[in-house]
Design a protein around this ligand. Structure first.
Ligand code: SF4
Length: 62
């Protein structure tokens, strides 16, 4: 199983509220303003929901 989610900041336009914050089942995603989302790797269970849902494919398994 993959064990880390990578956020490719350059792919995120950083101009909107990240929809993934509400999608994560364990609350591992936070966002400061409209910045790219931050993954709390301690909380993340690598379910892949955020990877599948980002419209810019900015998240991936590392
Ligand atoms: S992989 Fe799942 S648990 Fe991890 S940050 Fe994404 S939505 Fe949350």
């Amino acid at each position: 199983m993959e064990n880390k989610i990578n956020v490719e900041i350059g792919k995120c336009p950083q101009d909107h509220e990240c929809p993934l914050v509400g999608i994560c089942p364990v609350g591992a995603i936070t966002q400061d303003g409209f910045a790219a989302p931050i993954i709390d790797q301690e909380k993340c269970i690598t379910c892949g929901a955020c990877v599948a849902s980002c419209p810019y494919q900015a998240l991936s398994f590392e």
